[in-house]
Design a protein around this ligand. Sequence first.
Ligand code: SF4
Length: 239
Amino acid sequence: MTNKPKFTPDVQRRRITQILRGLDKAYPDAECALKHSDSLELLIATILSAQCTDERVNLVTRDLFRKYRTPKDYAVAPSKVLEAEIRSTGFYRNKTRSIQGACRMILDQFDGRVPDTMEKLIQLPGVARKTANVVMGVAYGKAEGIVVDTHVFRVSRRLDLTTAETPEKIELDLMQLIPKQKWIAFSHQMIHHGRKTCKARKPLCHLCTIEKVCRSKDKVMAFPLTNIEPQGRRARTRQ
Ligand code: SF4
């Protein structure tokens, strides 16, 4: 069964203009929060960021990036050593396998350089479209798609930009709706919005610059309850 769209195409277009304007206003300089100085560091940091906060990843990579400078450094490192170094980011065995597998493939098949096409990036172990989109957009400035992490997933659905239930389908819906020249900035802005304002449990709707276009059932009142004067007191004051 297909869901009937909530908005006509015209209304949805107007909503998107307002959403993009609101995001620009709230997050004019939004960028990737993972610290890195080149495409290899960004790739490693993005692999480490799965199920982990960017703050934790940045703490771990501060030392990691001093020690490992090339794909070969990661590829030849003893797995147990790398596992211990990234342990606090969680899923450290899988992440070690991904990092070392990706670096070996970069050495063997891509002349030691992190590839700059989506097609090649997603061949690397542990790299799916989300990671590839981050590397393409941030390291190479190429808009190949839209990053759909947990925040973009939730916020897109709350804003009725999609009803899909997988990151892959959500990305396709967003690519249809959002102009291509906005894909990179939109990804960062939506991630920031999800982190700072449109939080999973208690969205801060009274601070939201796109509150007017949001019809989410998760939306909470426009002002925090503490700002509303109790009716009894107001009534007494007026007497
Ligand atoms: S109004 Fe609330 S639920 Fe809607 S996008 Fe803004 S913060 Fe999220």
